[in-house]
Design a protein around this ligand. Sequence first.
Ligand SMILES: [Zn+2]
Length: 512
Amino acid sequence: MKYSIRKKWNEMRGFVFFTLAITLLWGMEFAFADFYDSPCNSMKDFVGQAFQWGAIEMTTFVFIWMIAANKYVFAVAYPLLTALTSAVAFFRYTMKVTVTPMTIDLTFTNDLTTTSDMITLPLILFILINLIAAIFIARWRFIRLDNLKWQWIHIIVCMALIYGIFHNGRLGIPVSNRLPFNIYASLNEYLGNKRIVADKRPAFGGKTTCGTDSIDVVFIIGETLRADHMQINGYARPTTPLLAKEKNVVSLPDIESEYWFTHESVPYIMTRADHNTKDRAYTERSFIDIFKRAGYHTSWISNQESVPTFIYFMKEADKLTYVNGGKSLYIYDSWLDDDVLPPLDSALTNGKSNSRNLIVIHSIGSHWWYNAHYPKSAARWKPELTSRVITENSRQQFINSYDNTVLYSDSFWHQVRERLRHRNAIVIYLSDHGENLGEDGQYTHANDTKEVRNAACWIWCSDKYKSRYPEKYAALERNAKKKYNTAFLFHSIIDAGDISTPYIDKKYDVFK
Ligand SMILES: [Zn+2]
């Protein structure tokens, strides 16, 4: 027995060291791209990131073992995979963007000029150097190492291990969101999204008309903003000074969010779903379809990830623009809502022949790792968060960084309103949910509490809009202090757009 283990080891030694060497090379060159700029200010941070890097290395080891089991497979697959991974790593290092379902969508659907702009000499050189090295490695393996005995068993066991890692929450999430495995995960999600979009949900029927020829309805989907951290709702810090100066603005401080995660909340808000008919979020179209039927030109400007639960609605819009499509929540770099403004400008000017515009803006708002979502210069309250490990920060640091995001959002919203001030326009802002900021020791929005359901909401309109629809504005003021569920949005926004349709339920309409 002892003899046979030794014999086996002697036989396998070369292969084990070879796989280890490649794993380390990939870990230091490619996986490192997703770590080098992460905030790391404490031992716990370091340990957490070392654990994640280790999980990626472990998976890489199994993966390399699998493709190296057969030398012919390795000779073809290894150089190709290296070229692909090095291309993604290059963008991650130089531009802090990565592969996501959005970047894949852009590569396949955008005009080639934008894609070809990305192909530069340094990129080609980086890929070429890696490719040449990979060909040498593959050649070495081909000549020096035999195929593994029982190679199919090895391959099947490796596949089972990788499957197990991907489907284990603690390992699967950090691994599938980072290089090289996010290439596969993103492609998989992109293809899944395509299937969802191809699904034919029935169109809304009935008579749909619009009472005006010229109108802009802008819906800002907010992120993680709690109503009680807004100055206009009585919060002690001046977090929304610009909103406070507006005259035609009404805050609705008592909106209860049905859900407290983006991927569940957004489809609920976009559709006719309510507390008793939640499944409508997954079987019906959104209000965008009704606006289209009423003669609106519709745009969706996304400053967030495209998620399978609401990609359907994004694709309902006549025009979909991804802002920061290459950002992932695993990149702790600056990711700002002001980037929405250029596509907003074009959405407002390109509707010359068609002057009814619906524009949905999915903002990044107050999303976790707050520091990334306001410029450093806009940090009014300090000290800010310093560690990604929640417990390494004080509650005050949490609140400071969070309030800084609110202050920055206030200036972003102001710029949206400035563009609409002299038009017949209305802006509806509704956050997808709230956030815990240390109440009962709770942080972020993992658990159901009153704070995570406290979704901020405000509605502003231009003077033109107000004088054209005084009865709507008066009703809004009257209803502002009432308690609503986030289901109100679907019905209210259709009414805000001066659209008549049998689908408006008056009890949810804040303009009635
Ligand atoms: Zn959210």
